[in-house]
Design a protein around this ligand. Structure first.
Ligand SMILES: O=C(O)CCC(=O)C(=O)O
Ligand SMILES: [Fe+2]
Length: 463
């Protein structure tokens, strides 16, 4: 190995080699009291003491997560509280099979430029993941990021359309196979001791400096509340498309039973007590047909036949709705003129009305999508909510976005979140981007899930 920055040449003593010579990398999945104390001290010094209680401890408790720490031990006694200090920390958690989200490599302020140390820690992370050839590393970077996009793409990450929305920005998922990243960062043929001793070629320094500083500085604002980070952590279940990373609660719930919502340009109508006492019959009929439910499908624009795609949607649907179709559609047609006028939409000749029942169980969701493109005759979408009483699921909000802007770009700060309410119907234009946030059903029982009668009102085609 060509030594460029090491302390072999006394004239070129490296600023960090002394520190690094007493550093080792430790990995743990549970917090011993000594490690917990060291971790708390580390994040307190970073000015983000809450990160331990709000992120690391819950993440470890969920399982499939590890903390990698650059550790310095007290000379004597090397045990007991205070025996360790951490100089760099990286938390890695599993987000989906073979998919891992490492946090940035956090460093104590005085180690921020210690790329040998950061590289050594990250090498340990990547080598553990690269044991499986198919395991990949993921980061989320905000739309419009320049540096994050550059450092990730340069190191072999590919951006895909898994979009996460927060109140701050739209974030894209970047993924790279762990073993490729290891070699792209030139960490594959330099050992951890050599990294710590700065005994490596300049290219290792360049690549790792830009990569880690780009990611750390991009993520740093997220350590403090209410900031707008360029890079965020990928929530567990978030990759492969369970949109667990979308925080709820950024919209407002409806305060009344009969209300036309107009948030900026966002027109929709919700009608409470829509079926009244018929809702109970509906629930009974649906539960009797549990066996007939099929995995929910999607039909992306341009595709000719629907297919199951769990990256986009997870749930079960029942298309055989003869037992309710006429009664429901009659009521819907009756409500339509009033609803249209409240939405400020002109009346149109109504064509076909599609209807299905959707059962959303624990962990189900439907990512942001539109129900119609410009060519579609689908004019309005509707969602009628019903559930067993008392309600035994949570989550499952319907979120609608403003559709201003170019195709596919929704506005995080202009969305409306609707909490499912027994016997409530929501109608909105099918072109509006919307999503069903993840549903949680602690009992895991079918009957306790989120149910909807949902469908589409077509504009009659001219003959
Ligand atoms: O259930 C919901 O809230 C939305 C369902 C939906 O978007 C759809 O079926 O197209
Ligand atoms: Fe939809």
């Amino acid at each position: 190995m060509v030594s460029q920055f090491g302390d072999k040449d006394k004239d070129r003593q490296n600023f960090f080699t002394q520190n690094n010579s007493c550093t080792r990398i430790d990995v743990f999945e549970e917090l011993s009291p000594t490690n917990e104390a060291a971790l708390r001290q580390f994040f307190r010094r970073l000015g983000a003491p809450q990160y331990v209680d709000e992120v690391i401890i819950p993440t470890l408790r969920l399982g499939d997560a590890s903390v990698y720490a650059a550790v310095r031990d007290r000379p004597w006694p090397p045990w007991g509280l205070g025996a360790r200090t951490f100089s760099a920390v990286c938390v890695v958690h599993n987000v989906a099979p073979e998919s891992w989200a490492p946090s940035p490599v956090f460093t104590a302020d005085e180690e921020g430029t210690n790329i040998g140390l950061i590289g050594a820690l990250y090498k340990e992370v990547l080598e553990a993941l690269a044991v499986s050839r198919t395991s990949e590393v993921c980061y989320l970077a905000a739309e419009g990021s320049v540096l994050a996009d550059r450092v990730l793409e340069r190191n072999g990450f590919r951006r895909d359309d898994d979009v996460f929305m927060t109140e701050h920005a739209r974030y894209f998922t970047y993924r790279a196979p762990a073993h490729e990243l290891l070699s792209n960062l030139r960490l594959d043929d330099v050992s951890v001791p050599d990294l710590l001793a700065y005994d490596f070629p300049a290219e290792v320094l360049d690549r790792n400096a830009l990569y880690h500083l780009g990611i750390l500085l991009g993520a740093r604002p997220g350590l403090t509340d209410r900031q707008r980070p360029e890079i965020i952590d990928l929530a567990r279940g978030g990759h492969a498309s369970k949109p667990g990373g979308v925080p709820g609660g950024t919209g407002t719930d409806l305060g009344t039973d009969q209300f036309g919502g107009l948030l900026g340009e966002l027109p929709y109508v919700s009608l409470g007590r829509f079926l009244g006492s018929d809702a109970e019959n509906l629930m009974r009929n649906v539960l009797e047909r549990e066996e007939k439910f099929q995995p929910a499908t999607v039909l992306p624009f341009g595709s000719t036949s629907p297919f199951v795609d769990e990256r986009r949607r997870r749930g079960r649907t029942l298309d055989d709705v003869g037992f309710i179709y006429d009664a429901f559609v009659d009521r819907l047609k009756g409500a339509l003129p009033g609803a249209l006028s409240r939405m400020g939409i002109e009346g149109f000749p109504v064509g076909r009305i599609e209807l299905q029942v959707t059962a959303s169980g624990d962990g189900d969701y439907y990512r942001m999508h539109r129900d119609a493109d410009a060519e579609s005759t689908r004019a309005l979408s509707f969602v009628y909510f019903f559930n067993a009483e008392p309600r035994r699921f949570f989550g499952g909000e319907l979120r609608m976005y403003d559709d201003r802007g170019v195709e596919g770009v929704a506005h995080a700060n202009c969305s409306q979140l609707l909490t499912p309410r027994q016997d409530m119907l929501v109608i909105f234009p099918s072109r509006l981007p919307h999503e069903l946030l993840p549903v949680r059903v602690p009992s895991q029982k079918f009957a306790d899930g989120r149910f909807t009668l949902n469908g589409w009102i077509h504009r009659a085609e001219k003959c």
